[in-house]
Design a protein around this ligand. Structure first.
Ligand code: AMP
Ligand code: ZN
Length: 111
């Protein structure tokens, strides 16, 4: 049995407000926000790393990039946003289920 928190949220086994959902991915708020708006865009298929992606996983990432600009207004991101994907230990990945952080709602510090 899968013990992954994001799989459980995706299947509705743990409730979480979904700002967007389709058959392939969903968007929730990060439980520990690092900006005024901090969302997580999460594919429903469980895998950890970009290096593990199938062709279909890549298609779903492309779909995310298609959908996000269409709903950015609803998400309070009219001023823009920053996308981050943490990968592996050095990247600081805590949850081993690929996800894209969406940060915005304010002017972010440059890095
Ligand atoms: P990462 O370090 O890229 O793996 O990020 C994992 C993110 O998931 C962190 O920013 C956590 O705050 C967030 N997180 C962990 N559990 C939950 C949860 N149940 N609901 C929403 N966000 C979560
Ligand atoms: Zn998972």
């Amino acid at each position: 049995m899968c013990d992954c928190i994001f799989c459980k949220i995706g299947k509705g086994e743990i409730s979480s407000k979904k700002y967007y959902e389709d058959d392939d991915f969903f968007i929730i708020s990060d439980i520990s926000p690092k900006a005024k708006c901090h969302y997580l865009m999460i594919p429903k298929n469980h895998y950890k790393l970009i290096s593990e992606q199938t062709e279909n996983d890549r298609k779903i990432i492309a779909k995310m990039f298609d959908v996000l600009p269409k709903i950015q207004h609803e998400l309070g991101l009219d001023g823009g946003y920053r996308l981050i994907i943490n990968q592996g230990e050095d990247g600081g990945q805590e949850v081993p289920h690929l996800h894209i952080h969406i940060l915005g709602g304010e002017k972010l510090k440059s890095f």
